[in-house]
Design a protein around this ligand. Structure first.
Ligand SMILES: NC(=O)N[C@@H](CC(=O)O)C(=O)O
Ligand SMILES: [Zn+2]
Ligand SMILES: [Zn+2]
Length: 353
């Protein structure tokens, strides 16, 4: 019998779905990410949302300033900016974004689907046709929060119904449009992405690989496990784990790390989002190790994403050691506190710094 791997060195990874936020917490959250990842797709759901190339440029400058304040070199981490699609996004704006060289995707938030999505799209195939045509023509990827918002649809079915109602008609109308199905959570999503014709891929979070929906209710309500799309049944978790470790280039790492202040999570109407930037690679290594697939982690974390986005693979490496690591229970950040996912618990892997 082979002895288990105790050290894993992979090409330096990227995070293809990240919320860095803005203002006082930016310094801490960007530093947590930059310790592990060379690049990240920066989600645009700020208040107000990042709807133009000009706003994305200003946000990018603030991220670089935060890196400097955190004592990190601005060459050590590259923020890959995105725009927030609205009913009014023009074809000209898409062309500007494409020519900028620093905008790498445009994000679809169905209005009301998740945190800061009020300005989101109300009718994708009715109102966004000029923008989608320009995206298809320029090769600008559409990044999708894939959940319907119809209040009649059960919360746990929102992703599966989105495939039929939005994804299939969208891809029929724009077959050459690059689409990333963000934070995939169901076996329905896995089947769709695996088999769809054309340039389709998906990000998968560490928490959807590690937990099923029981985690939300273990011994009581667990707000730090609440995110959108919400955790699903065990069979969906197993399908995601299989997809992530299958070797298919269509699935890649996106943490969806989304910090909210402790008091806004532990609240009568708690915010959706899990903070995983601190310990992302430890969480993913634990998930892949659980199915004996550590040898597939590098493709998922470091190779598949760049291939889909048409970017080079990173120089440099990241090493993980099999070693007990206790996740901090709380993280002080500026004038607030953030509770990392599974704070206080232990993992069997640690990034070597
Ligand atoms: N995933 C979440 O639960 N929350 C994200 C938004 C999102 O990615 O949908 C956030 O910005 O807080
Ligand atoms: Zn989302
Ligand atoms: Zn997100």
């Amino acid at each position: 019998m082979q002895s288990p791997i105790d050290t894993l060195t992979i090409t330096r990874p990227d995070d293809w779905h990240l919320h860095l936020r803005d203002g006082a917490v930016l310094d801490s959250v960007v530093a947590d990410t930059a310790r592990q990842f060379a690049r990240a797709i920066i989600m645009p759901n700020l208040r107000p949302p990042v709807t133009t190339t000009e706003l994305a440029h200003a946000y990018r400058d603030r991220i670089y300033s935060a890196l400097e304040r955190a004592g990190l070199s601005t060459t050590s981490f590259t923020p890959l900016m995105t725009l927030y699609l609205t009913d009014n996004t023009s074809a000209d704006e898409v062309v500007r974004a494409s020519k900028s060289g620093f905008v790498h995707g445009i994000k679809l938030y169905p209005a009301g689907a998740t945190t800061n999505s009020d300005a989101g799209v109300t009718d994708l195939l009715g109102k966004c046709v000029p923008a989608l045509e320009a995206m298809q023509a320029t090769g600008m990827p559409l990044l999708v929060h894939g959940e319907v918002t119809d209040p009649e649809i059960d919360l746990f079915d929102r992703e599966a119904i989105f495939i039929d109602r939005i994804m299939i008609p969208l891809r029929r109308a724009f077959p050459a449009l690059k689409v990333v199905f963000e934070h995939l959570t169901t076996s329905d999503g896995v089947d769709y992405v695996r088999e769809a014709a054309g340039p389709v891929a998906a990000t998968i979070t560490a928490h959807h690989l590690l937990y099923n929906r029981n985690a939300l209710f273990q011994g009581g309500m667990r707000p730090h496990w609440y995110c959108l799309p919400v955790l699903k049944r065990e069979r969906h978790r197993l399908a995601l784990l299989q997809a992530a470790s299958s070797g298919s280039g269509r699935f890649f790492l996106g943490t969806d790390s989304a910090p909210h202040a402790k008091g806004l999570k532990e609240n009568a109407c708690g915010c959706a989002g899990c903070y995983t930037a601190l310990h992302a690679m430890e969480l993913y290594a634990t998930a892949f190790d659980s199915v004996g697939s550590l040898d597939k982690l590098e493709a998922f974390a470091s190779l598949n994403g760049p291939a889909f986005y048409g970017l080079p693979v990173n120089q440099g490496t990241l090493t993980l050691n099999r070693e007990a690591y206790t996740i901090p229970a709380e993280l002080p950040m500026a004038d607030t506190t953030v509770v990392p996912l599974a704070g206080g618990e232990s993992l069997g892997w640690k990034v070597a710094l």
